[in-house]
Design a protein around this ligand. Structure first.
Ligand code: HEM
Length: 459
């Protein structure tokens, strides 16, 4: 029997095993998904150790909600956030509660639904651009293709005109190197970073300097032009709180870096997983194509079409359930705290994993089955509260959940109207666990569905 302490409601337990010095660090580093999934029998709140640090995996949906909604008691912090601040600054994603409360209302308007409606054209345009080089029968890797799409969308919605097309190309050039490098620097021991090849370190430093420089220049250009260009940068520059205070240039800079770091790989991985799942489930794919043909008949979607693409939306939602790109989220306790009737010491790390929750058979029936219809309204009502949390919850819920859903559905609509993607022969798809949960290399072959129809044309 697993060692657990029973309380009236929520069980606290400890992970078995663990070595004297390093605790469970090796299992966690080597096979993180398997390790955290294996903790299911040990309680609603399971303690393990990463080196000397005690960590709690919060498993029960009610406790996760409590942790995420109580942002002062369970704040951002700890070594990983300290390291990420060195690269991305002190924007929404890593700031402490007090700073976050002041910044969030000033950044949020850039992702308001009205703004998102204005971003639809850019989102469609980028999906069309990315597919422009695809040719019948010629395989390509879907993961970087989707990253090019989401980088283009994020950059163009953030600064529509600032810097011109060169700026977008610069972001597309620098960002993949930065995201890869930051993940290594946040998770690997110091000695390992020092031993990285000089060329790799140089490439990373250069990409980071160039992106910081570009963002500074764009802020300066926007400040001197003073016009509202209908993009996220204009919104951040003009936002004021009730005391008439806005964001400083440094805060805008840091939040632009946060939007890039949070907005590119996440949606790209979800899109790549969706194409993998569609290829594995031809009946789901057929239904999605039928909906696209019926609603769009080959033309590009508009904001008004989004409500009519309900099945396509369910497909994307179900992918986010099975492969939530943000697979692990953490908090720390500045002071001693209480969760589910248990005392959590000060300076503890708490984690929850959307992946673990979404694959829990006590939360979702047949959790390993790709079933978009579980998101039909009548079936959704049967899921427990807080069961679906790919975007987190509470005050620190993803700033751009609506943006990401819109971007995902539009990309599926544009691509699916024109192409069917098949796994290239001999492909084995693996789960790649890094900052986001991606499919790793995903070579697929496009087959034209409708010839002579241009999804870029408006109808
Ligand atoms: C499928 C796509 C996405 C997923 C699954 C996702 C998931 C998440 C999650 C789980 C959090 C909360 C983390 C926490 O509680 O510590 C978060 C925060 C955040 N996300 Fe997303 N995200 C996605 C797309 C985006 C996009 C497209 C952007 C920007 C364009 C973005 C920007 C942010 C920012 C700035 C935060 C920090 C919010 C705050 O603390 O106030 N995300 N995201």
């Amino acid at each position: 029997m697993p060692p657990t302490t029973t309380t009236t409601e929520f069980r606290l337990g400890s992970a078995p095993g663990g070595l004297p010095e390093i605790g469970h660090a090796m299992e966690f580093q080597k096979r993180p998904l398997e390790f955290i999934t294996s903790l299911a029998p040990y309680g609603d709140l399971v303690q393990f150790r990463l080196g000397p640090t005690p960590v709690y995996l919060v498993r029960h949906t009610e406790l996760i909600q409590e942790m995420l909604r109580n942002t002062q008691t369970f704040d951002k912090g700890g070594e990983i956030f300290e390291k990420s601040r060195a690269f991305f600054g002190n924007g929404l994603a890593s700031s402490k509660d007090e700073t976050h409360r002041r910044q969030r209302p000033l950044v949020q308007p850039s992702m308001h639904v009205r703004r998102i409606a204005e971003y639809v054209e850019v989102m469609c345009d980028e999906a069309v651009n990315v597919t422009g080089t695809w040719a019948e029968g010629e395989s390509f890797d879907v993961t970087p293709a989707m990253q090019a799409l989401t980088t283009g969308v994020t950059a163009r919605t953030m600064f529509s005109t600032g810097g011109g097309p060169d700026a977008i190309a610069e972001v597309q050039h620098c960002l993949p190197t930065i995201l890869r490098g930051v993940y290594t620097r946040m998770t690997a021991p110091e000695e390992m970073i020092e031993q990285l090849p000089a060329a790799e370190k140089e490439e990373f430093d250069d990409a980071l300097t160039r992106l910081h420089g570009l963002v500074d220049k764009i802020i300066e250009d926007y400040r001197s032009a003073g016009a509202d260009r209908g993009d996220a940068m204009s919104m951040m520059l003009s936002a004021r709180n009730e005391d008439g205070e806005g964001l400083t240039d440094q805060e805008i800079h840091d939040n632009v870096m946060n939007l890039f770091s949070g907005g590119v790989e996440t949606t790209a991985s979800s899109l790549a997983w969706t194409f993998h799942l569609l290829a594995e489930h031809p009946e789901v794919e057929r239904r999605m194509h039928e909906e696209l043909d019926e609603v769009l008949d080959g033309r590009a979607p508009t904001n008004d079409d989004l409500n009519r693409l309900q099945f396509t939306r369910r497909v994307f939602t179900e992918t986010l359930r099975m492969y939530p790109p943000v697979w692990l989220v953490s908090r720390t306790t500045p002071d001693e705290a209480e969760l589910g009737g248990h005392t959590i010491p000060a300076e503890s790390t708490l984690m929850y994993s959307p992946y673990v929750v979404h694959r829990n058979p006590e939360v979702f029936d047949d959790p390993d089955t790709f079933d978009p219809d579980r998101w039909l309204p009548e079936r959704m009502r049967t899921h427990p509260r807080g069961a679906m949390i790919p975007f987190g919850a509470g005050r620190r819920k993803c700033l751009a959940d609506n943006f990401a859903m819109t971007e995902g559905v539009l990309a599926l609509a544009i691509i699916g109207s024109r192409w069917r993607l098949r796994h290239a022969p001999g492909t084995t798809v693996t789960t790649h666990v890094a900052a986001t949960l991606g499919p790793g290399p995903l070579p697929m072959t496009p087959e034209a569905r409708r010839s002579g129809v241009d999804p870029a044309s408006t109808g």
